[in-house]
Every structure is written in structure tokens, then in C-alpha cells.
Design a protein around this ligand. Structure first.
Ligand code: GDP
Length: 424
């Protein structure tokens, strides 16, 4: 059976922790989209790891970790992360990389960086890791699949074609140096040596695994609001962040997906550009940002301070709807113990009308939050694992969110570590 763990919001919901926890009972963990442009934080017996490209099952020796065909595969990031696991004393993980995955090339990073420079103040808040140019090239059919590194003549021909196109952009639009086919070819030959041991027909692997009754966990990156179709376009990422895309991004049948767990925090956080209706400013924001997550709300990949705000029920209800969530994992409940009262955004006011439906971007830009205020619990709930041990106000807060979202909250996370959870 296939289970997906995905983000209901803007990313950074705590998917890493939930995946790491659920991975324990899975045989295979799959990354199916995105690249090294966002990060998961997992904390286990070996220490604290920020994973960007590697699936969250890499710390369990019994798990096969798959980088699916839908990923933007950046070889240097992959090797660097493997090394950081080794340095942290983690036993060598089992990893397979799809032979159909496409390579995130050095010129994708350059193009992303040049474009953000060119746009200056009007930029999209890209992490400059080349994701948008990568996916543009993939759909323009000038990407390079990993398997193509093994046909040198074909590869050279492809590189010639790519460089002709890219160099028009690089020299005329960005006024930067030209790309050289030989240099790129040499780089790819080096990568070929390094990646060959991991390359596999992962679609066949997961098909066989399903026949054998194995459990596959699809691990989403970012969240619903960053989906290029259903998110806050154009302030989205360039690959689909929805559970449904998991079927494409590794090649499992849609009918095999039995459970879709949407992860959301007990408050909101977002990094990057685009409307964020519940954004707080000043001292209120500073305090929540400082207390949030396990080390404050700062991006796992970029270190950028995240915007923070109260729980956005409008965005989360929609985020769960487009994911087709069957249950919710609510993280970081422990963070809110310092508050006398807690607000929840239950509606958006747009042009004087209050709506509970998440709107398209031009309307979203005009939305103002409508809050409902609930009493706080004023104590530390960190590490509580029994629902009945939660203060009544904390229980009521969770129940209120559940009613607003309309999907059962089956897991409540009360701390960053693997075992700090309440199961309902
Ligand atoms: P992801 O990209 O969705 O995996 O999210 P990140 O890992 O980037 O951000 C979530 C942050 O919250 C990380 O620092 C986690 O260690 C932390 N975290 C996850 N669950 C909890 C929780 O229940 N309580 C606290 N305090 N921190 C948590």
C-alpha cells in the first residue's frame, strides 16, 4: 500500500519529523518532486539532520530510499548529504535513483541566479537553486535524463543543442559568459561515475514491491500553497506538491494510494514571496518566530527568517482539500503554551465580504484575516503522548482546528523528536 505525507500549507509544516516517524513502519520512502531547494529537519538518535534531497528514511537501515523520476536531481547536493550522514555516524543507507530522473545542471543554477538578479525587486523569491529553469527545460524537452549519460554520442549532441539555446540567453539577456559543451560533458562524466552505483529502474522496483505487499511512503516537499496549479501562482514552486503527483513522480498507480496525511503546524509559517494573509509583525511575530519549530522559524535550506502568523483555517482547509487528505498531522502544538489567548483565522475579508473559501491570487492579495479567539493553556505540553494529559484548552484548540479543517487530526506532535506525539 502507498501512503503519502504532504504539506497542507506553504512548506516547513514539520513533514520531516512526521515522515521520519512514519518511516519506521514502511519499507520504502520516496521523494517524488522538487529538488534540494527546501529542507526537512529530522532529529533522531544520531543527531539533527537537515535533509534537502535525500528521502527521510535514510536513517533506518531497513528502508530503501528512492529518488523518483519526478525529482530535480542535483548530484553535488546528493553527494554532500550522503557525506553529512556518514559524518554523523549514520550507517550507509540503501538508496536508489531513478534512471529516468533528470539532472539539475550547473547552468540551471546560473540561469536562476541571473534571472533573480535581473528581476531585482520584482523577483519571485527563488532559492536560486535552479528549480524553475530545470522544470522549464524538462517540459521544453531539453532536459537530460540520468540514463542518457551512458550514451556519449547522444549526450554530446544534446549538449550542443542546449548550449546554443542557453548561450543566446546568457550572452544577450544576462551579459554573462558562454557555456562550453566540453566542460559540461566532463562534469557529466564525473557525475556518471559517482551516481552509477545508485541508478535503477525504480518504477519496476516499486511495482514489484507493491506486488509483494510492501509499504511505500511518498514524501512531499513544500506544500499545497506552492503547487503550480492550486497554489499561490506565480509564487509557487515549479513541480506539483500534491499527493496525486506522487503517482507520476515515481510511477505507482493512483489506486494504490490508501492514506494521505496532510501535515500542518498549530500556527502558520511561510518563507519566500507571495501573499500570506495571516502574517504578523513586530514583537508578536518576533516572539512566535523565536519560539517556533525546534530552533526558531528559520529556513532549513536558506536560513531565511520565516514569516509567522496564527493558524490559517481557510488556507489549511483548502490545502487539505486539494491534497485529498484522509487525515491530518498537527505539529508544534507545544510552541503555543506561552499565550494567554490564541487566534485562528477562520475567514478572509475580500472587498468587504467574508469568505471561507481560499481564493485565486488576485483576490488573495486583497484578503484580510478574520479571527476567532480561543483561550490559551499557559503551560508546557512538550513531549506529552497521552491525549487525556493535554490541558482542556489545548484539547479544545485541536478540536476547533479539526472542525475547521474538516479532516480528522490523527496525530498531534508535541515536540521535534520522533516519539513526541499523541495518536488519536
Ligand atoms: P518540513 O520541511 O515540513 O519537514 O519542515 P521543517 O523541518 O523545515 O520545519 C519544521 C521545524 O519544526 C523543524 O525545525 C522541526 O524540527 C520542528 N518540529 C517539527 N515538529 C515539531 C513539534 O511538534 N514541536 C516543535 N517544537 N518543533 C517541531
Amino acid at each position: 500500500m502507498v501512503q503519502a505525507i504532504i504539506g497542507a500549507n506553504w512548506g516547513d509544516e514539520g513533514k520531516g519529523k512526521i515522515t521520519d516517524m512514519m518511516a519506521e513502519h514502511s519499507d520504502i520512502v520516496v521523494r517524488f518532486q522538487g529538488g534540494a531547494n527546501a529542507g526537512h529537519t529530522i532529529i533522531n538518535d544520531y543527531g539533527r539532520f537537515a535533509l534537502h534531497l535525500l528521502p527521510s528514511g535514510v536513517c533506518y537501515p531497513h528502508i530503501t530510499n528512492i529518488i523518483g523520476n519526478g525529482v530535480a536531481f542535483h548530484v553535488p547536493s546528493f553527494l554532500k548529504e550522503l557525506q553529512s550522514l556518514k559524518d554523523g555516524g549514520v550507517p550507509t543507507p540503501k538508496i536508489l535513483v531513478s534512471d529516468r530522473v533528470q539532472l539539475l545542471m550547473p547552468y540551471h543554477v546560473l540561469q536562476d541566479t541571473y534571472e533573480e538578479e535581473r528581476l531585482a525587486g520584482r523577483a519571485f523569491g527563488s532559492t536560486r537553486s535552479g528549480i524553475a529553469p530545470f522544470y522549464s527545460d524538462k517540459y521544453a524537452k531539453i532536459g537530460i535524463q540520468l540514463n542518457e549519460l551512458f550514451d556519449e554520442a547522444l549526450l554530446k549532441e544534446r549538449l550542443e543543442k542546449i548550449c546554443t539555446l542557453k548561450n543566446v540567453l546568457f550572452t544577450h539577456l544576462y551579459h554573462k559568459p558562454e557555456l562550453k559543451v566540453d566542460e559540461l560533458f566532463r562534469q557529466l562524466m564525473e557525475w556518471r561515475e559517482q551516481i552509477a552505483p545508485y541508478m535503477a529502474d525504480t518504477q519496476r522496483f516499486v511495482t514489484n514491491a507493491l506486488k509483494e505487499g510492501k509499504t511505500i511512503l511518498l514524501e512531499g516537499q513544500l506544500g499545497s500553497m506552492r503547487d503550480p496549479d492550486f497554489g499561490i501562482y506565480p509564487f509557487t514552486t515549479s513541480s506539483h506538491t500534491l499527493a496525486g503527483f506522487g503517482c507520476v513522480g515515481v510511477g505507482v498507480p493512483p489506486t494504490a494510494v490508501e492514506r494521505i496525511t496532510a501535515v500542518t503546524k498549530a500556527y502558520s509559517s511561510a518563507v519566500g514571496a507571495g501573499a500570506f494573509v495571516v502574517r504578523l509583525d513586530g514583537d508578536e511575530a518576533d516572539e512566535l518566530r523565536r519560539r517556533g519549530g525546534d530552533k526558531g522559524e528559520f529556513g532549513a535550506t536558506t536560513g531565511r527568517p520565516r514569516d509567522v502568523g496564527w493558524f490559517d483555517a481557510v488556507a489549511t482547509r483548502y490545502g487539505c482539500r486539494v491534497q485529498g487528505a484522509t487525515d491530518v498531522a498537527l505539529t508544534c502544538l507545544d510552541v503555543l503554551g506561552y499565550l494567554d489567548e490564541i487566534k485562528v483565522c477562520t475567514g478572509y475579508e475580500i472587498d468587504g465580504q467574508v469568505t471561507r473559501d481560499f481564493p485565486v491570487t488576485p483576490l488573495l492579495n486583497k484578503a484580510k484575516p478574520v479571527y476567532t479567539t480561543l483561550p490559551g493553556w499557559k503551560c508546557d505540553v512538550r513531549g506529552i503522548t497521552d491525549w487525556n494529559k493535554l490541558p482542556k484548552e489545548a484539547q479544545d484548540y485541536v478540536l476547533f482546528l479539526e472542525q475547521e479543517i474538516g479532516v480528522p487530526i490523527r496525530t498531534v506532535s508535541t515536540g521535534p523528536s520522533r516519539h513526541e506525539n499523541i495518536f488519536r
